[in-house]
Design a protein around this ligand. Structure first.
Ligand SMILES: O=C(O)C1=C[C@@H](OP(=O)(O)O)[C@@H](O)[C@H](O)C1
Ligand SMILES: C=C(OP(=O)(O)O)C(=O)O
Length: 418
C-alpha cells in the first residue's frame, strides 16, 4: 500500500486556475461509439486514466485499433469484432456495463473480470437484458462470459435500472448495431443519473443514430454510426474538489474551458456551490467560483448528479448548518459503498454523519486530523483532500487510486495551493 498522503491544509484563501483533463464518461462513450462506427474516428483531448485505458484495452482486445495521434488524441479504426478475449474491467462501471453489449456483437467467447470489489458491483439487470435480446451470457455478476455469434437480434427489453443508469446507457450505445435496434423500458424505483442518460442520447445522436426517449423508455433505431472528429470536454465532475476549495478557504478558483452547453452532471456545481454559500460566474469560457466566507448546509436530491456527492458531503461536514443529501441509495453499489465509507471516515475525524435509507444526514462538528481511508475510490481521495484543507493532519490513504479518473490530481492540488 502506498504511504499515506498528508492532505495539505490551506494557509489562506486559494486563488488559482485549473485546466482539467477530459471527461471519463464522454471519453468512454466516444470509444464505444467509434468502435461501432463505419469509419475511423479521431477522439480529441480524451481522458487518459485507468478507466479509459481499460476501455481502450478492452476494445483493442475485440479487434479495434486505438492508436495515439497528435496532441494526445486517439485514432480509432473499427474492425471486425471477435473473440476469444479475456477483458479486465478494473473497477470501471463504464467498462463493465458498456463493453458486454459490444462483446455480444463479436464472434467468439469474451470473458470479463475485474478488481475484487468489481465483483460486488451490480450487473444482473444488464446481463439478463442481453440474454433477453438474444445473446448468450453465462453469469450474473463478474466474472462472466459473453458468447457472441457476430450478431444480436435486439428489440424491446424491460429492466430495473434503479441500481445504475449505466445498464441503460450500455444497451443503448450498442443498440444501433442490433438487428432490430433496441427499446429499453425501466420498471422500478427511479433511475439515477439523468445527466449521464442525456449524455448517452446526445452522443448517439451526434454519431448519427436515431435515438429518442420518454419517461422511463429509451429507443434507438438500427443504423450506421459515423466516425469523424469528437471533442471531449474537460471532466466537470473532477472540477468538484477544486471549486470546493474556493468555498473552504474563502478564495477563488477558476476551471478553464467550461463548456457553454453540456450534458455532464458537473455543470450542476454552479448552483450547488451557490446554494452552499459560494458564487459562480462564467465568462463564456472559464468558470470561476468564489467562496463567501461561510459554507451553508444543504438539503438536496443528488440522484441525477451523484458523482458530486463525495465532495459535497465533505463540504457539508465543514458547513455552518446541517445537510441532507438524498436520492443516492445507488451509491452503495459504486466503487465502494460510498454512504458507508463517507459515514465511517468523516465520523472517524470526529464528525456526525448518519446514513439514511437513500442518502446521508450530516451535522457539522469540529473535526480533527486522522487517517482517511479511501477504499480504492477516487472520489473518496478527493473528499479527503477537501476536508484536509480545513482540518490539519488529515492523512489520505492510497492517493494513486485517484488515477481511476484523474492521475494528475496530486500535482494539480499542490499547484492550486501554491
Ligand atoms: O454513464 C456514466 O458515464 C456514469 C453514470 C453514473 O453511474 P450510476 O448511474 O451507476 O451512478 C455515474 O455515477 C458514473 O460515474 C458514470
Ligand atoms: C461511480 C463512478 O464511476 P463508475 O463509472 O465506475 O461507475 C464515479 O466515477 O463516481
Amino acid at each position: 500500500m502506498p504511504p499515506l498522503w498528508s492532505a495539505p491544509a490551506a494557509d489562506g484563501p486559494v486563488d488559482a486556475a485549473v485546466a482539467l483533463p477530459g471527461s471519463k464518461s464522454m471519453t468512454n462513450r466516444a470509444l464505444v461509439l467509434a468502435t461501432l462506427a463505419d469509419e475511423p474516428s479521431m477522439i480529441r483531448r480524451p481522458l487518459r486514466s485507468r478507466d479509459t485505458l481499460l476501455m481502450a484495452g478492452a476494445l483493442r482486445a475485440l479487434g479495434v485499433a486505438v492508436d495515439d495521434a497528435d496532441g494526445g488524441a486517439w485514432r480509432v479504426t473499427p474492425g471486425e469484432l471477435r473473440g476469444p478475449a479475456t477483458l479486465d474491467v478494473g473497477l470501471a462501471g463504464t467498462v463493465m456495463r458498456f463493453v458486454p453489449p459490444v462483446a455480444a456483437l463479436a464472434a467468439g467467447e469474451v470473458s470479463f473480470d475485474g478488481d475484487p470489489h468489481a465483483r460486488k458491483r451490480p450487473m444482473g439487470p444488464i446481463l439478463a437484458a442481453l440474454r433477453a435480446l438474444g445473446a448468450e451470457v453465462e453469469g450474473d455478476a463478474l466474472p462472466f462470459t459473453v458468447r457472441g455469434t457476430g450478431a444480436v437480434a435486439g428489440g424491446s427489453v424491460t429492466i430495473d435500472a434503479s441500481g445504475s443508469s449505466q445498464f441503460v446507457s450500455g444497451l443503448l450505445l450498442a443498440g444501433p448495431r442490433y438487428a432490430k435496434g433496441i427499446e429499453v423500458r425501466h420498471e422500478g424505483p427511479p433511475v439515477p443519473s439523468a445527466a449521464h442518460l442525456a449524455m448517452t442520447m446526445r452522443m448517439l445522436a451526434d454519431a448519427g443514430a436515431s435515438a429518442e426517449s420518454g419517461p422511463d423508455v429509451w429507443r434507438v433505431q438500427p443504423g450506421a454510426l459515423r466516425g469523424g472528429e469528437v471533442d471531449i470536454e474537460p471532466d466537470l465532475s473532477n472540477a468538484a474538489p477544486f471549486l470546493a476549495a474556493a468555498l473552504v478557504t474563502g478564495g477563488r478558483v477558476t476551471v478553464r474551458g467550461w463548456p457553454t452547453e453540456t450534458t455532464q452532471p458537473g455543470d450542476a456545481l454552479r448552483h450547488l456551490l451557490a446554494d452552499m454559500g459560494g458564487s459562480a460566474s462564467w465568462d463564456g469560457g472559464d468558470l470561476t467560483v468564489r467562496g463567501g466566507g461561510a459554507i451553508h448546509g444543504i438539503d438536496v436530491d443528488l440522484g441525477d448528479v451523484s458523482e458530486l456527492s463525495c465532495v459535497i458531503a465533505a463540504l457539508a461536514a465543514l458547513a455552518d448548518g446541517p445537510s441532507r443529501l438524498r436520492g443516492i441509495a445507488h451509491m452503495r453499489g459504486h466503487e465502494t459503498d460510498r454512504l458507508a465509507a463517507l459515514t465511517t471516515e468523516i465520523n472517524g475525524l470526529g464528525g456526525d454523519v448518519r446514513e439514511l435509507p437513500d442518502g446521508l444526514e450530516i451535522r457539522p462538528r469540529p473535526l480533527r486530523g486522522g487517517v482517511f481511508h479511501t477504499y480504492d475510490d477516487h472520489r473518496m481521495v478527493m473528499a479527503g483532500a477537501v476536508l484536509g484543507l480545513a482540518v490539519p493532519g488529515v492523512e489520505v490513504e492510497n492517493l494513486p487510486t485517484v488515477g481511476k479518473t484523474l492521475p494528475e490530481f496530486g500535482e494539480l492540488w499542490t499547484e492550486m495551493l501554491r
